[in-house]
Design a protein around this ligand. Structure first.
Ligand SMILES: *Cc1c(COP(=O)(O)O)cnc(C)c1O
Length: 381
């Protein structure tokens, strides 16, 4: 007996004006936070909610994480921090990963945001700002342990060791770095970066240390230090693609069936007529396309949707607003009652969609557009 996608969970599930519905399970996000927090022992488990909580809506996600026990948050940009400040309690810390661009320092203190200082320029800016305010100002220092992206170099640290006064007025609350190869546990870069963090931190003011994001947490306690910064794992992405995913899925994406038709041998489907029927087929056109963030390459590597237990292969190219799937194998009785199919759901994870599209779950999640209707499941399931 076949199962249809579940009936409305939240108001708006059947919203007829939208082509697709993104259901976000806040209870699952909270459960993922608790799992990561438990897994990291005495280390503080922070929460990364940059890019609007990976596209899921920071204003809804952050308060739930806070209730689950998160009191340290990370965003990338000042503007993200200002927006986040309004949705969580004043006592929770917000670190801004990119730090202050010159001239924005006063906005950090005004909104009670902590900068991550990544360069000598940012240190000089924060030092000068502290001088103007007349009080030491909290901040994190980032060191580059090998990714060549953000953070102080060995030369910078040598300069700071020789001239500790450059850090006057800076109350160092965290010394952090970021792993380049955490999703590949066998990479020698992991231990190298871990050891470099220790060595570099030894030459800076004493403060809690942080290295790991989601995947790094699963490298083991040696990588937890005093604070961990998961993002992707909170939202259910697999920390390591070669191991079972211990996290709960947090999103379901259901697309509306807009039209059905029967086609026959030789009929082509979609732009370029790149797919042609070799026999009679029944197909359905769905109201979701690449403008919704459903990546055009999603059709390439065996992309599909699901209707209950029935797998619906994507046919031809994904259009801007629509996608066509093969529903030949779905019994008429099931098809007659169906209104939506799952693009992401119990049988197809965000990581599966990413694999078909030749990308990573991070890109799929953050690309999911704002055009479709969103529903938040709030009960802790
Ligand atoms: C994005 C980011 C994180 C979170 O990474 P995930 O892999 O999503 O857990 C942590 N730290 C830094 C510095 C980041 O840029």
């Amino acid at each position: 007996m076949s199962e249809l996608p579940s009936p409305p969970h939240a108001t708006g599930w059947a919203e007829p004006g939208a082509g697709a519905m993104l259901e976000i399970d806040l209870g699952a996000i909270a459960a993922n936070y608790r799992l990561l927090d438990a897994r990291t022992g005495t280390a503080t488990c922070a929460a990364v909610v940059k890019a609007d909580a990976y596209g899921l809506g920071a204003h809804r996600v952050a308060p739930v994480l806070e209730q689950a026990g998160a009191h340290t948050f990370f965003v990338a940009h000042l503007e993200e921090g200002i927006r986040l400040r309004c949705c969580i309690s004043r006592s929770s810390r917000i670190f801004v990963l990119h730090g202050p661009m010159p001239g924005t320092e006063a906005e950090f203190t005004h909104h009670d945001l902590l900068p991550v200082l990544n360069s000598m320029e940012q240190i000089a800016g924060w030092h000068a700002h502290a001088g103007r305010t007349g009080t030491p100002l909290p901040a994190a220092l980032q060191v580059d342990t090998g990714m060549s992206r953000f953070g102080l170099s060995d030369t910078d640290i040598a300069t700071l060791s020789a001239r500790p006064d450059l850090l006057d007025g800076i109350d160092t609350r965290l010394v952090m770095s970021h792993l380049a190869c955490a999703d590949t546990p066998a990479s020698p870069a992991n231990a190298m970066q871990r050891d470099r963090l220790r060595a570099m931190a030894a030459r800076l003011p004493t403060a809690p240390l942080a290295l790991s994001a989601s995947s790094g947490i699963f490298l083991g306690p040696d990588y937890h230090f005093d604070l961990v910064r998961p993002g992707a794992a909170l939202y259910g992405l697999a920390p390591n693609e070669n191991a079972p995913n211990p996290l709960r899925p947090t999103v379901r994406l259901a697309a509306r069936i807009v039209q059905r038709r029967a086609i026959t041998t030789g009929d082509g489907v979609g732009y370029g007529l790149t797919w042609r029927a070799t026999g009679p087929r029944r197909i359905a056109t769905l109201g979701i396309g690449y403008a919704d963030g459903f990546l055009r390459h999603g059709a390439d590597g065996g992309g599909c949707a699901w209707l209950g237990e029935y797998r619906l292969p994507i046919l031809g190219r994904i259009s801007m607003d629509s996608t066509t799937v093969d529903v030949t194998d779905v019994p008429d009785s099931v098809m007659a009652r169906a209104t939506h199919v799952d693009m992401i759901g119990p049988r197809r994870s965000v990581d599966d969609v990413a694999r078909s599209a030749g990308t990573i779950g991070y890109e799929v999640l953050t690309a999911l557009g704002s055009r479709f209707h969103r529903a938040y499941l709030t009960q802790a399931a």
